[in-house]
Design a protein around this ligand. Structure first.
Ligand code: PMP
Length: 452
């Protein structure tokens, strides 16, 4: 089986330095925060220390686990678990349905998180935030509801070859149903969507451009502002799959210039089962609902129904209110740390991981050569060893990485590989985790070749 990448394969040459570990507890760190803000930021962004791990009960419980699969789902801090528990202990009642105090409070709790979420992504109004189950549902909603409204036979929908299946199959299905054509933008060997590619791929027939903000395999950040500008030049809409960017980058949909943005709570320290779809108010108002039933109507007769205003029009049935409370706590957690600190720490971790893997001659790092261009994600292959074997041998050392096609089969096929390994980081990782990964990979190699 071919496990050699043809895109962005980096030869190894970088020496690894031995690192001293100084662990700082979360509570120490918070005390410091009030008094020595600058010191704290330095501590937080110093990956040889780990001020965050103690906030995450699973990582405390599994103290020997090296968790490098946060791109699949992140761990949750205690505050998120508490928020969910608190909903059931203190607020549990069906939001929107009741006129009694508890139901009104539950309704208000959801409204508060809607506002928090709008501010988190720079959306102009809380009404434009629709809660879904996950990014996949958000993207399906956009493809079915918005897509069906604006895409017709002969039109084009433009995506990239690096899309996760969640931002690919809905558009494939839409094109099959309407007779539109699906156009793929392909990056250069450093994962860059060039200006020429953007210009040539998005043209007068394009109605929708839907692009991952950050690729879940290459780890690159795509030039959304340029893509949105080009889409608007030709009268198309720009949708962004933010599943891998919202956990790592500050998001401002106004600055990005996009028309819709989708992400999942569970990748940004929130609960599983909650997703977000933001779209411009005028688009939301023009879009028909995907699901119908309770909560989303204004009136119903035996033969007809009228829809509730946005966002309720898109939120049929009882919501996961405790999950929404958890999303609010996850955003509060990120904001209590600050995007600058979070981003610097995660960039340093990802770059350190790329450097470390580049130092092993039998590892091919997939994606950009520049370690600083990997946003959270470092994909790689080990020469001649199947990614599933790599992941299993690492698992035996209590190191969790992902191996497989990462729900991006067209990308992997285009790169000439069937599968690859992926290590992904979050703020609770540290240099010790990277060192354990490198040691683990040396053992993988030794098992197959008897030497490091
Ligand atoms: N898009 C990207 C880029 C992703 O990485 C993922 C999750 N791996 C998704 C969409 C889908 O997210 P979810 O499974 O939470 O719907």
């Amino acid at each position: 089986m071919n496990t050699t990448a043809t895109c962005g394969v980096v030869p190894a040459s970088v020496e690894r330095r031995p690192i001293e570990h100084t662990y700082v507890t979360a509570s120490n760190m918070r005390d410091d925060h009030q008094q020595h803000n600058t010191d704290l930021v330095n501590t937080a962004t110093d990956i040889t220390t780990n001020p965050f791990k103690a906030d995450f009960p699973l990582l405390t419980h599994e103290h020997d686990l090296v968790f490098l699969d946060s791109a699949a789902t992140a761990q949750r801090p205690q505050s998120v678990l508490d928020a969910q528990q608190n909903f059931y202990e203190r607020l549990n009642s069906n939001p929107l349905r009741g006129l009694y105090r508890l139901s009104v409070e539950a309704t208000q709790a959801i409204a508060d998180v809607r506002q928090t979420t709008a501010s988190f992504i720079g959306a102009p109004s809380a009404d434009e935030i629709v809660f879904t189950r996950n990014a996949t549902e958000s993207l399906n909603l956009l493809a079915r509801s918005l897509g069906n409204t604006v895409v017709h036979a002969g039109d084009e929908v433009c995506i990239t070859i690096m899309e996760h299946h969640s931002n690919l199959i809905p558009w494939q299905q839409l094109c099959a149903a309407t007779g539109a054509h699906l156009v793929y933008m392909r990056p250069d060997d450093q994962g860059v969507l060039t200006d020429a590619t953007i210009e040539q791929s998005i043209g007068p027939k394009t109605r929708i451009v839907s692009v991952a903000h950050v690729s879940n395999v290459l780890g690159v950040e795509n030039p959304i502002t340029k893509i949105a500008r080009r889409a608007h030049e030709v009268g198309a809409l720009c949708i962004v799959d933010g599943a891998q960017s919202a956990p790592h980058l500050p998001i401002d949909v106004a600055k990005l210039g996009c028309d819709a943005f989708a992400f999942s709570a569970h990748k940004l320290f929130g609960p599983m089962g909650i997703g977000v779809m933001w779209a411009r108010r005028d688009l939301l108002e023009a879009m028909p609902p995907m699901l119908t039933g309770g909560e989303m109507i204004d009136w119903v007769t035996e033969t007809d129904a009228g829809w509730a205003p946005i966002p309720q029009k898109f939120e049929a049935g009882t919501q996961d209110a405790a999950g929404i409370a958890g999303l609010g706590a996850a955003i509060d957690y990120i904001e209590s740390i600050g995007h600058a600190t979070l981003q610097k720490r995660e960039q340093t971790l990802a770059a350190s991981c790329v450097h470390a893997l580049q130092s092993l001659p039998y590892i091919n790092v997939i994606g950009p050569d520049d370690p600083h261009r990997h946003v959270g994600v470092v994909s790689f292959n080990v020469d001649g060893i199947h990614p599933h074997d790599v992941a299993s041998i690492l698992d035996a050392q209590n190191i969790a990485i992902r191996a497989g096609h990462h729900c991006a089969q067209p990308l992997l096929h285009w790169m000439g590989i069937d599968s690859c390994c992926r290590a992904s980081v979050a703020l609770y990782n540290d240099q010790g985790d990277i060192d354990r990964l490198v040691d683990g990979l040396q053992k993988v190699w030794a098992i197959f070749h008897g030497t490091n």
